[in-house]
Write a protein that binds this ligand. Structure first.
Ligand code: TRP
Length: 425
């Protein structure tokens, strides 16, 4: 048996247990029942966020405090929103809700120093709606700021992650598949480099070594929870995920879900000593699975997610059958009491990505809450939006087939990266 790091005690592992109602429970007479009830309480309030596991109902404010990041709010939020213009809704609605040094990135931009973007994907299976959000957001940033984007495809990471049990061939297949999905997003082919780790990291080995020599084992262990059973490839891997943040001497801004933040924490400890900037980051929340507000979408449970290659019929079926509704149990009740958009997954998906129009989303919220809009109608709206989005994404994906070589090898930025002498970094 090989234990996975997720089983270990992690410094960054956020396991929050509130036992506020403990005193109520103690009233029970049977000791066994008491214990059982206490456990139920604990399970209910617990959530976990690590690079390998997200479960429970995530308390994002708590995460900001525990990770030591900053909320994107006030003047800073306004600044980013005004740069993003029509695509600012993800910031306004706090889907991207937390950051490190975003203010410095915007300062650098205004002073003409510029910055660059870095994001990535672990190709462990087909990509779903939750995965693609960060790539669209990154593209919108590229469109507005005209900056370079580096996208890391971590086929090495997914091969090493033992619990996934992927063969090397499978990781290669998913890398090719996922690269096409990312290419469909429409990044600028001359300002975007997609690096597939197993192909590129050899070329960058000198810089990877410089990173690796600065991260000692006890830091890696406490940040990632490595144990004696962790394979040595996995304990080296953080050096690889840090690499792209040092591709330029400008400041690097990393859009990603908040579970990746532990890597950036290490990067920020070592970057300046290597002559680079500390990475800046903007962190997103997780889109809830179709089946309810807990946990995140899972590739191993197809009913929880909508994949980018699901056809229209599958999308309809998944939404009508599996989407968790905040509606009442009968139409009469619903008309009388109204629905609850806070737990209604179709509403949450519209809010988090699919309905950019603020006026429209607030109308939908109000209609639903008042009971005028029914659960089925809410689902109709989502089906319409998702199928429309996927149709366009699919068309772009077909066109993107001819662009993949530009992102990986032949575009202006890709050529520069393959020529770059990393021994001199
Ligand atoms: N580790 C990430 C994953 O499992 C992939 C990744 C690599 C990444 N570099 C990144 C994600 C930078 C966000 C930003 O999906």
């Amino acid at each position: 048996m090989v234990a996975h790091p997720r089983n270990a005690e992690l410094r960054n592992r956020i396991t929050i247990v509130r036992i506020v109602r403990l005193s109520l429970v103690v009233v029970g007479q049977e000791p066994e029942i008491r214990a059982y009830q206490v456990r139920m309480e604990m399970v209910e309030k617990k959530f976990v966020v690590t690079p390998w596991e997200v479960s429970g109902i995530v308390d994002y404010e708590r995460l900001i405090r525990e990770f030591g990041t900053q909320p994107i709010s006030g003047g800073l939020a306004k600044r980013l929103e005004s740069s993003l213009g029509d695509t600012a809704y993800l910031v306004r609605r706090e889907i991207f809700f937390s950051h490190r040094d975003l203010n410095l990135v915007l300062d650098d931009y205004e002073k003409g120093k510029g910055f660059f973007l870095y994001t990535g994907r672990g190709p462990s299976g087909p990509m779903h709606i939750g995965h693609i959000l960060q790539f669209y957001f990154t593209k919108w940033l590229q469109d507005k700021f005209h900056v370079n984007v580096y996208i890391q495809m971590t086929d090495d990471e997914k091969f090493l992650e033992e619990k996934r049990n992927l063969s090397y061939e499978e990781t290669q297949k998913w890398a090719a598949d996922n690269i096409l999905e990312v290419a469909a997003v429409g990044f600028d082919p001359d300002k975007t480099f997609i690096l597939q780790d197993t192909e590129f990291v050899g070329h960058a080995y000198p810089l990877i070594l410089k990173i690796a020599r600065r991260v000692n084992y006890s830091t890696a262990k406490s940040v990632f929870g490595f144990t004696g059973e962790t394979n040595i490839g996995f304990s080296f891997y953080p050096a690889i995920q840090i690499l792209p943040s040092l591709f330029e001497k400008k400041r690097c801004l990393i859009p990603s879900a908040i579970d990746q933040d532990p890597y950036w924490r290490i990067q920020r400890d070592i970057a300046e000593s290597l002559g680079y900037h500390k990475a800046a980051a903007v962190h997103s929340k997780f889109m809830p699975p179709l089946t309810g507000m807990q946990d995140k979408m899972s590739s191993s449970k197809p009913e929880t997610a909508i994949y980018l290659n699901d056809d229209e019929k599958t999308v309809r079926n998944k939404i009508y059958r599996h989407a968790f509704s905040g509606g009442q149990s009968s139409i009469e009740e619903h008309r009388k009491l109204g629905g609850n958009p806070d737990v209604d997954v179709p509403f949450q998906w519209l809010y988090m990505f699919f309905e950019p129009d603020d006026k429209r989303i607030e109308e939908i919220r109000a209609e639903y809450r008042s009971g005028r809009m029914l659960t089925g109608q809410m689902k109709d709206v989502l089906v319409e939006k998702v199928t429309g989005f996927l149709r366009e994404h699919r068309e772009r994906r077909e066109k993107a087939r001819d662009h993949v070589h530009l992102y990986k090898k032949d575009g202006a930025l890709a050529r520069e990266m393959w020529k770059h002498d990393f021994a001199k970094s």
